[in-house]
Design a protein around this ligand. Structure first.
Ligand SMILES: Nc1nc2c(ncn2[C@@H]2O[C@H](COP(=O)(O)OP(=O)(O)OP(=O)(O)O)[C@@H](O)[C@H]2O)c(=O)[nH]1
Length: 283
């Protein structure tokens, strides 16, 4: 019997905040493993998604949107983190928002060029472009910036050109044993998954009122006799004012956030869940 060759590699997804990195990752994996929001910088740490199709395994690292220093346009705190992840990558997917090329895209491109890893540029959100002809001169403009890259216009949200994208990614995967079993879709721990579910509701409910630095810490996570999950989580905010915003009048907001988060956790883990949320300020 002929043994099929196996292919496996790490793919990094980079781009400015809000360009659609998480949307793309979730749609490639086919499951919601990274939170999507209209608000910038919702992805706070690297998220790993795994897609195994037949003899191909691609391991995706969704990086937080690159943040820039307002004074000197330098890439800010994600830089070191970014270089660590590039050590293992076989391909970099650089996402841009339509034909909206800014100085920040230029800086990111220059940084990723230094890694010498093949780069695939994705022009996302093309569903929002009615006259697609404008893409051609833009693709030519990009081609002049770097040699040997592939450029693909897609819509991560409306799932257009995603099969083509997956095939391009496969063609870059080196021959390698698979690192994860076929059923794995993420390396995130249950703790992380739960904190992301709660954070997503915080963002949805609080919108622009959301205190920018909000952290969800899982204090306890217990499974009782495989029939129920008991979770206690702390929502850390900076001060008393932010605390009252999150709690809302008569605790209305936090009650709703807690109820929907609990439902989403139950759907995710297929188990009855008891969720207690505490809002604490750091002072
Ligand atoms: N119309 C349209 N909207 C999109 C598309 N892809 C993403 N979006 C929207 O763009 C917004 C940002 O998407 P995310 O996937 O959270 O972007 P991100 O790059 O992960 O954002 P950060 O976490 O801030 O780095 C959301 O409102 C998405 O629904 C697309 O192809 N078309």
């Amino acid at each position: 019997m002929k043994i099929k060759k196996k292919y496996c590699g790490h793919v990094i997804i980079v781009g400015k905040a809000n360009v659609g990195k998480s949307t793309l990752l979730n749609n490639i994996i086919g499951k919601k493993i990274s939170i999507v929001s209209r608000k910038k910088n919702t992805t706070q740490s690297n998220i790993t998604g795994i897609k195994t199709e037949d003899n191909y395994q691609s391991i995706y690292i969704d990086t937080p949107g690159v943040v820039f220093d307002k004074n000197n346009n330098q890439m800010k705190h994600h830089k070191n983190n970014f270089y660590q992840t590039t050590q293992i990558a076989t391909l970099i997917i650089f996402i841009i928002d339509r034909i909206d090329w800014t100085i920040h895209d230029e800086i990111i491109l220059n940084e990723i060029k230094k890694t010498k890893i093949p780069i695939l540029i994705i022009i996302n959100k093309i569903d929002k472009i009615s006259n697609k002809i404008i893409l051609l001169p833009f693709i030519n403009f990009l081609k002049k910036k770097i040699d040997f890259i592939e450029i693909l216009p897609i819509s991560a949200k409306k799932i257009s050109n995603l099969i083509l994208l997956k095939n391009i990614i496969k063609s870059y995967l080196p021959e390698n044993c698979h690192i994860y079993p076929e059923c794995y879709v993420t390396t995130n721990s249950d703790f992380f998954t739960v904190s992301e579910i709660i954070r997503e509701q915080l963002i949805l409910f609080l919108g622009d009122e959301l205190p920018s630095i909000i952290k969800v810490e899982i204090e306890s996570f217990k499974k009782k006799e495989k029939i129920a999950l008991y979770i206690k989580a702390i929502i850390w905010v900076k001060n008393v004012r932010q605390k009252s915003i999150v709690i809302g009048h008569n605790g209305e907001k936090i009650k709703k956030i807690s109820m929907i988060s609990r439902n989403n956790i139950e759907k995710k883990f297929y188990i009855k869940t008891h969720l207690v949320l505490w809002v604490k300020d750091k002072n």
